[in-house]
Design a protein around this ligand. Structure first.
Ligand code: G6P
Length: 610
């Protein structure tokens, strides 16, 4: 959510780095783009509504616009619409200070009132311009002291990149509740919202911790807390393959990431399974602790929440304790019944989602132990959890998640089995059978992916449909939620996920001959029930696309207009397979509709505002 990049170093390298860094962060927002350049002791700003290309075209051929100190921004609008004037960077009244920001300044209205009384005028509707003017009003010639004072006055969340015309050799940054990393180069240094922005330059990074200010020079970086005390800089080495964050020969990141699933699932599962033993990194739940657990509470947002919805079904079946799933944005504002006998599991790809982070803090305050399932190493959620298990999905760039969802799900299976085994709630045979089946997931997904052209054909047939229902029972219903979200977010077709048995309680009135019903029926014991529900919608004119397992081939009658078969696997594991054709279907439908698949309208990947 909003992408920040900053550079201090050599003038010939600054703008190319900034542009390519911003390009890598486009997934964080793409309502507008802008850069601020310190050029001959004067700050020049170029900012425009729309994609980065607009800025690139303006800069093209303008050789006079060079600088060794620059900051840039990609915006996901929160305060003020998408417009040139609301785009970042913002410039202070004196013209001396420029700011890029990710987050929300919650007290900006009060600050704006005070600043207005002092004679400040505001050009934009943003909360960020208030930061620029606040810094201006506090500035006494000492920029570090000014930033320190401002951080005491700002409420809400912020990752800031700041330049000051009086400090041509310094790039400043500050962080509270929004991610910011520092990249360490050779006689040049960088700031960015996320690692892909700096990966072409360096693998050495430092994640700013909460309430820290960074002061970067060409060959020197110092970090302080908001009180001005020097802090230790913890440097980590990124071991990703650079290709992991590139599209390579694929048309879109989304399809590349769908295709990567067998590989990243292997990376997530196999190091944790040996000779039928599950070893969850350093996680150690002793039997006593698990016995005393009253419940497990899974808290997350978006697709990660949908992973929780699937997990509830199999966790309760395997562990025999209540499992609740809740949206983080709801959990944090009600009075959840959570205490030391609750295990709270936070699921998050980015590890930075504002609501999930706030829910984590709330759960800890209430005394719960928090385990997080996170993709981004060292992210805020990972850092603040009692225990963390990483999904090894690698960087996920497409806004619509695919491989992160699958790897999160695979870890939830391992956690459930581990707890079930420790509590003695599963027979040896059943345990071994499920493990064997888990090990077969990557290979079975490979088989599904090999048939992607047949799913493309189905997409071609239905991409103009404007009304789609996904129906299923239990685990299939939970997968329907993700399938429906995937389709909506990238193709803009309105769809709904419904528990197959619930449709007749009102919503069936929406079914007509223009409706496509995608029915998931992978659960053996519920297959006939779902088929009955299909008959109900079929007789109201709906077209049916059925998703089921290969062993049901001879049971399928003329009822379905099209069928997608997935390999047979243990019932509880079927979501890990059935979600894959749904991802492919959404992808191809969106492609036939000519949508901007990796950057759907109004969305951003990392939602660091509430
Ligand atoms: C955004 C993304 C979703 C994601 C959700 C939660 O809405 O578009 O794909 O599931 O945030 O993000 P997290 O990083 O916490 O998994």
């Amino acid at each position: 959510m909003c992408g920040i990049v900053g550079y201090i170093g050599k003038s010939e390298k600054a703008i190319p780095f900034l542009l390519q860094g911003l390009e890598k962060l486009e997934y964080r927002g793409y309502d507008s783009s802008g850069i601020a350049i310190l050029n001959q002791n004067e700050i020049k700003i170029i900012k425009k509504q729309g994609r980065l290309k607009v800025i690139k075209d303006i800069l093209d051929g303008k050789k006079e616009l060079h600088s060794h100190l620059v900051i840039g921004h990609k915006r996901w609008a929160t305060h003020g619409n998408h417009s040139d004037v609301n785009a970042h960077p913002h410039l202070s009244k004196s013209g001396k200070i420029s700011v890029v920001h990710n987050g929300i300044i919650e007290n900006y209205i009060n600050l704006k009132k005070d600043l207005t009384k002092k004679g400040y005028e505001f050009k934009s509707d943003t909360d960020t311009e208030v930061v620029a003017q606040l810094l201006d009003s506090l500035y006494n010639g000492d920029m570090f002291e000014t930033i320190k004072k401002a951080t005491q006055l700002l409420e809400g969340s912020f990752a800031l990149g700041i330049i000051c015309a009086d400090y041509p050799d310094t790039l400043f940054a500050a962080k509270k509740d929004s991610p910011l990393i520092i990249g360490l180069g050779e006689n040049e240094n960088y700031i960015a919202s996320d690692i892909p922005a700096v990966l072409s330059k360096t693998r050495k990074i430092c994640r700013l911790k909460e309430k820290q200010i960074a002061v970067l020079k060409n060959s020197d970086i110092n970090i302080f807390d908001f009180n001005g005390n020097k802090a230790k800089m913890e440097i980590s080495e990124i071991n990703w393959n650079v290709n992991a964050a590139e599209k390579n020969n694929y048309d879109h990141f989304m399809i590349k990431e769908i295709m990567e699933q067998p590989e990243v699932l292997n990376a997530t599962i196999s190091p944790r399974l040996k000779d039928y033993k599950i070893k969850l990194d350093n996680l150690n739940f002793n039997e006593e602790y698990l016995k005393n657990l009253n419940k497990i509470s899974i808290v997350a947002c978006g697709s990660a929440y949908h992973v929780g919805c699937v997990a509830k079904y199999f966790m309760e079946e395997l562990i025999k304790k209540p499992v609740e799933v809740e949206l983080a944005s709801e959990f944090r504002y009600r009075s959840p019944i959570v205490d030391k006998n609750t295990l709270v599991i936070i699921i998050s790809q980015s590890g930075e989602t504002a609501d999930s982070l706030a829910a984590l803090r709330e759960a800890k305050k209430l005394g719960a132990r928090v385990l997080s399932v996170v993709n981004v190493v060292g992210s805020s959620i990972a850092n603040e959890s009692d225990d963390v298990l990483y999904t090894w999905a690698g960087p996920e760039i497409a806004v619509a998640t695919t491989k992160a969802y699958s790897t999160q799900l695979s870890l939830m299976y391992l956690i459930a089995l581990y707890i079930s085994k420790t509590l003695g709630k599963i027979t040896d045979d059943n345990y071994k059978d499920i493990i064997k089946n888990i090990e077969s997931i990557p290979e079975k997904i490979t088989a599904i992916l090999k048939k992607s052209s047949s799913i493309e054909e189905i997409a071609k047939k239905y991409y103009q449909t404007e009304k789609i229902f996904f129906i299923g029972r239990t685990l299939d219903y939970a997968v329907c939620m993700e399938a429906s979200l995937k389709l909506k977010e990238i193709s803009y077709i309105h769809s709904e996920a419904y528990a197959a048995g619930e449709l007749k309680h009102g919503t069936i009135s929406l079914i007509d001959d223009k409706t496509l019903v995608i029915a998931l029926a992978t659960q053996d014991e519920l297959f006939d029930k779902t088929i009955s529900n299909i008959r109900e919608v079929k007789s109201r004119g709906a077209t049916i696309l059925l998703v089921t397992t290969e062993d049901k081939m001879d049971k399928i009658s003329e009822i379905a207009d099209d069928v997608i078969y997935v390999p047979k696997i243990s019932n509880i594991l079927s979501p890990s397979l059935s979600v894959v054709p749904m991802q492919l279907l959404s992808y191809y439908v969106a492609k036939f509709r000519g949508c901007d698949i990796d950057k759907p309208r109004n969305l951003a990947k990392s939602v660091t505002v509430e």
